[in-house]
Every structure is written in structure tokens, then in C-alpha cells.
Design a protein around this ligand. Structure first.
Ligand SMILES: Nc1nc2c(ncn2[C@@H]2O[C@H](COP(=O)(O)OP(=O)(O)OP(=O)(O)O)[C@@H](O)[C@H]2O)c(=O)[nH]1
Ligand SMILES: [Mg+2]
Ligand SMILES: [Zn+2]
Length: 300
């Protein structure tokens, strides 16, 4: 008898990670993997979204032996190689909050990711009025906006086109309908949906881990009901550039390093006064600026 050494290596993408176990999709095949110990030593943690090499052991099991370099990665949710974020928000149930929305949008911008905006539940009473005013604001500053009513299938074709061939992360408050979107797009997913509790219309947290669902030639990731991307790491001076419509005004400010919170010689303030910059967006900016300044003061 002689021993023969052979290794079958396949390339794939991690679509799920739970407690040190990875689910890898390789050529339409699902492989359950552990990661090779060497990653820990090198301080690498394979992430959902990573392109990896897998050494097959037996059946549909294997070991992740290599992680390809990433285009980008997010910390919370922990995911790599993201093409865009679909920021999902309800209009009534839970009530649309321009501050919360602008905060998440600013964080997406600070991560350097393209954002598409999706407003859900436009079938609910009063939702359409809010949708009209809100969509005017955000399409006006250049974001792709779509309104969705999954019950009657409104907006689903546009949503499918938005998601085609990309890795998209769904973001948004708990209860806005992220998992519901997935269930309609990919009926055989096991994305859990919960109901928004009646009391105070506060969303219930239902989704608990990050997972990529294959959709066409792309993927969609549902994320646990986190309320926003991490604020930490954004410098006070960089905040204005996270508000995309401020960018063309910023350079015209009289003072270098202007935080656009005082009106003398500030072109952003002038833009607000002239009605070119929407007041609710500027208010969100000021509130976020105050939050960041407070956090900074606490650190020193
Ligand atoms: N009327 C109506 N209800 C909807 C629509 N989309 C979602 N819902 C309801 O909204 C509730 C919350 O939806 P989920 O999909 O669980 O919300 P989620 O964003 O995944 O919430 P988390 O997992 O907690 O982050 C569920 O009861 C859905 O049935 C819609 O288009 N119209
Ligand atoms: Mg969910
Ligand atoms: Zn200024």
C-alpha cells in the first residue's frame, strides 16, 4: 500500500459565518468549512463576502486555506467586498426620522459606499404623502430612490434592477422591512421576519446574523437590526463631505476648515438660506456635528 497525497482546491465566496464555521458557495455548491488555524496567528478573520480558497476534505466539507485581498470591508456589519448599501426606511411604522436616516446615510458615505434608498410600506395610510416629500429631497440631491409596497408588488422590478449583479447590504432600523424584501425577492430564503409591535410602533429585532443570499449573479445581505453604521472614526472636519449636496459649496467657504455651523462667510449656510440646501438635511448635519464634537470632548 502506498499513500497518495492529493488535495482538491476550489474557489468560492463565504456567504455565512457563525461561530467559526463558514458556509462557502463554490460553483453553485454549498461547502461547510472551518478556517485554517494560521489565520488567527496572522490576525486575519475570514468575513462574509470574502473570496476564498477551500481545500475539500470530505463530502461537502472543507477548510478555508486562503482569503483573497478585499476591495473593502465593514466592521459593523462585518462584511467584505460590498458594492452598495440599500438604505431601507419605512415612512410610518416606524415613523420616518430624517435625523436617523441622514445619520446612517452619512455613515455609508464615510465608508465610501454608493447608497440606494428604498422606502417601504407605501401601502400604509399616510405613507404616500411622506414618500412624496421625502423622495423629492433625496432624489433632488442625487440618490436613486424607490418606493416599495411588497403586498402589491409595487417597486419590485425597480428593486431587482438596482440589485442586479452586485453585492448589496441592506441597512436600516429594525422593523422597516428588510427581511420582508428578501423573502419577496428570494422566496426560498429563510430570512426571518417579525411584526412591528403595536406599542409605540417600535421594531422588534429578529434577524441575528449576517448572511449573503445569492440573487441573480449578485448577492444581498440582510443585517441584524442595527440602527446605524458606526459613527466612530469620522472626523469632525470630514462630516460635511458625507452630506453629498454640501460638497460643491464647501470649497467656496471663506475660512479654511469651516465647520459650516456659523453663518459669517459660510457658503453652506448661504445655500440653506437661499433654499438650495434642504433645511432638514442641514439640521441633521448640525445635530451630528454636535454628537461628534461631544464624543471627541469625552475622549480627551
Ligand atoms: N403593510 C406593509 N407591511 C410591510 C411591508 N413590508 C414589510 N412589512 C411588515 O413590517 C414588519 C417588519 O418587517 P421585517 O422584514 O421583519 O423588518 P426588518 O427590517 O427585517 O427588521 P429587523 O430584522 O428587526 O431589522 C413585518 O410585520 C412585515 O410584514 C409592506 O410593504 N407593507
Ligand atoms: Mg430582519
Ligand atoms: Zn462653511
Amino acid at each position: 500500500m502506498h499513500l497518495r497525497w492529493w488535495r482538491a482546491i476550489v474557489a468560492g465566496r463565504i456567504i455565512k459565518a457563525v461561530g467559526g464555521f463558514y458556509t462557502v458557495l463554490a460553483d453553485g455548491r454549498i461547502i461547510s468549512c472551518k478556517a485554517r488555524g494560521v489565520f488567527k496567528k496572522r490576525g486575519i478573520k475570514p468575513l462574509v463576502g470574502d473570496l476564498v480558497e477551500v481545500e475539500l476534505s470530505q463530502g461537502d466539507e472543507g477548510v478555508v486555506t486562503d482569503v483573497r485581498s478585499r476591495v473593502n470591508h465593514l466592521i459593523r456589519p462585518a462584511i467584505a467586498n460590498v458594492d452598495q448599501v440599500l438604505l431601507v426606511s419605512a415612512l410610518v411604522q416606524p415613523t420616518f426620522s430624517s435625523f436617523q436616516f441622514d445619520k446612517t446615510l452619512a455613515m455609508i458615505e464615510s465608508a465610501g459606499l454608493p447608497a440606494a434608498l428604498c422606502f417601504t410600506k407605501i401601502d400604509l395610510p399616510g405613507a404616500l404623502d411622506v414618500f412624496e416629500s421625502v423622495s423629492r429631497v433625496y432624489s433632488g440631491i442625487g440618490y436613486p430612490v424607490l418606493g416599495l409596497n411588497v403586498r402589491q408588488g409595487r417597486g419590485l422590478p425597480e428593486l431587482r434592477a438596482t440589485l442586479a449583479a452586485k453585492i448589496t447590504v441592506l441597512a436600516g432600523l429594525s422593523g422597516v422591512g428588510k427581511s420582508t424584501i428578501l423573502r419577496y425577492l428570494i422566496p426560498d430564503t429563510n430570512a426571518v421576519t417579525g411584526s412591528v409591535s403595536q406599542k409605540g410602533h417600535r421594531g422588534r429585532q429578529t434577524t441575528t446574523h449576517v448572511e449573503l443570499f445569492p440573487f441573480g449573479t449578485g448577492f444581498v445581505a440582510d443585517t441584524p437590526g442595527f440602527s446605524q453604521f458606526d459613527l466612530a472614526g469620522v472626523e469632525v472636519n470630514d462630516l460635511a463631505s458625507c452630506f453629498i449636496e454640501f460638497r460643491s459649496y464647501e470649497s467656496k467657504c471663506e475660512y479654511r476648515g469651516c465647520l459650516h455651523d456659523k453663518d459669517a462667510g459660510c457658503s453652506v449656510v448661504k445655500g440653506v438660506l437661499d433654499g438650495e440646501i434642504v433645511k432638514s438635511r442641514y439640521d441633521s448635519y448640525l445635530q451630528l456635528l454636535a454628537e461628534l464634537q461631544e464624543a471627541k470632548a469625552r475622549r480627551y
